[in-house]
Design a protein around this ligand. Sequence first.
Ligand code: HEM
Length: 350
Amino acid sequence: MLIDGGPGPVAAEEIEILSLPLWAWQVTFAVVGVVALALLARTVWEPTVRSLRWWALGNVVVNAGIAVTGATVRVTSSGLGCSEWPKCTEESFVPVGTDHSAFNAAIEFGNRTLTFLVLAVGVIVFIATLRLRPRRRDLRVMATVIPLGVLGQAVLGGITVWTDLHPASVASHFLLSMVVVVVAVAYYVRCREPEGVLRPTVGPAARALATALLPVGFLLLAAGTVVTGTGPHGGDAEAPRWGFDLVLVTRVHSVLAWAVLAGALAMVVLTLRTGSRTARVQSLLLAGAVLLQGVLGYVQYLLGLPEWLVVLHVLGSALVWIAILRLYFGTAERVSAPEGAPAAPAEAVR
Ligand code: HEM
């Protein structure tokens, strides 16, 4: 078995993952983290735009990734593997004497530990941004918001445990991650552009459609969380549910998916006629991602929501959301304008 320790009250020292005790994994991760930070310290203290972009990419990956590991917590019913917050149990920060199985405790505790990684990357990007010369006010604002969002996630995680996994709280937890991803993607895109004026790289119709895809895409994510909060994977067998009709909420969710697919295909057509290469590529990527995710959505529904497909669907959600954001940011770029001069004309817009 992947995780050993048996059901019922467990002590942290009893938990083994791949035949290694939990403490050995913790020490290994801490050592790897410290060594990696020592090797990469220069990229934080004396950042270049290139090194910053790599850290910014890391920020996107960890913030999207924690949503996927959070889904693993839900589908394995490990949401209350640690029944308290910020401590795991009333007596301990680690899973000592939890009422849940070692498997559940290790998954929930592992997900909590990952929050530190997400926070660490956010803080690293913040420090590197402060050290960047010339100073960038826009990047500093975004780099401040990201770790604050992660701290907000930690608080929401606590509320989720205290409310015994209420679906509203579970959903907000996922959706806040997606909001932090917005800022992380914005940072990633903008850190290689100057702090200048915004210039569209597509025609007005395509820019308007890419903007409209943001709220529709977010609504699609939110509707997905309602399906989850109605279905079997709310985080625990006893977790409260919305009590809606599962078929109906799934239908609403899939209609929104069709709307996003239609928007993505329209973007492909529009950017083929009036767009930059970047916008064209991003439109194609979004259309492909929504198509795959939609197929996955129908397959998991028809197969009765097998756990591993649900986790894959959450990974797909994060990728579709990133594709929507990349497309939006790809429809305009910042260019430096000489003082007093009007913005340069958009050469790619015909
Ligand atoms: C194509 C774009 C789609 C996106 C971005 C998307 C996104 C999501 C999200 C964010 C969730 C909630 C995950 C969570 O709360 O952790 C979800 C759940 C779900 N989605 Fe989709 N979805 C899409 C398409 C579809 C389609 C076409 C179907 C077809 C019926 C579908 C069926 C479901 C079901 C059944 C769930 C509940 C799974 C569970 O029990 O947790 N999805 N989706």
